[in-house]
Design a protein around this ligand. Structure first.
Ligand SMILES: Cc1cc2nc3c(=O)[nH]c(=O)nc-3n(C[C@H](O)[C@H](O)[C@H](O)COP(=O)(O)O)c2cc1C
Length: 174
């Protein structure tokens, strides 16, 4: 995998694809720490850092959490999960930023990742034992990529690609 890691930061941004299939191998504590550290250094509105990083790596807890989402198989398969918990007063925008930074940091070290939506937030609150006014809407799955299984999964579905840039840009106003 290491040979696939881009050295140009711009290539890292453009090349980040989700990974839903992981090798049966734990993610080293160094790599886990690097991912969490990238989250810690993410900028937030007014630098409030209204987030907590809840790490889930117990298989039973992973299965329980998977029950809170509709497309949540990666939560069962992940080697570890980070739930970026929004603490009171926090912004969803910041949760998005912290998530992307952790995913990019993982990719820079050869760790694949996939965000998963926890559609049933009452469920995620109960499973994770969230304090009042804390929110867990997304979970980030991590693991070293199983490239063959991932290629097979992608071949079985039509996934990927992006809208043309010309269809996305609006200048000055609609
Ligand atoms: C906010 C958000 C929620 C997502 N939720 C799920 C999910 O519940 N299950 C899943 O398998 N993928 C989920 N994804 C992954 C998307 O399907 C993926 O980013 C998209 O298909 C593009 O993938 P690619 O970059 O590999 O082309 C989510 C992504 C985002 C940004």
């Amino acid at each position: 995998m290491s040979s696939d890691i881009p050295t140009d930061p711009y290539d890292s941004v453009l090349g980040l694809r989700v990974v839903r299939k992981y090798l049966d191998q734990p993610v080293t504590s160094d790599d886990q720490q690097a991912i969490l550290e990238a989250g810690r250094w993410t900028g937030s509105a007014k630098n409030r850092q209204d987030w907590l990083f809840l790490v889930v790596d117990h298989p039973d807890q992973q299965v329980r959490l998977a029950g809170c989402g509709q497309f949540s198989q990666p939560l069962r398969d992940a080697r570890f999960i980070v739930v970026p918990v929004r603490t009171p007063g926090g912004y969803e925008f910041d949760i998005g930023r912290v998530s992307q930074n952790m995913m990019l940091a993982g990719a820079a070290r050869g760790v694949g990742s996939c965000p998963v939506t926890l559609h049933d937030e009452a469920c995620s609150a109960a499973v994770l034992g969230l304090p009042p006014d804390h929110q867990a809407r997304y979970a980030l799955c991590f693991g070293y990529p199983d490239t063959d299984a991932e290629a097979e999964l992608r071949a079985s579905r039509s996934m990927g690609g992006r809208k043309p840039l010309d269809d996305l840009i609006v200048r000055n106003r609609f």
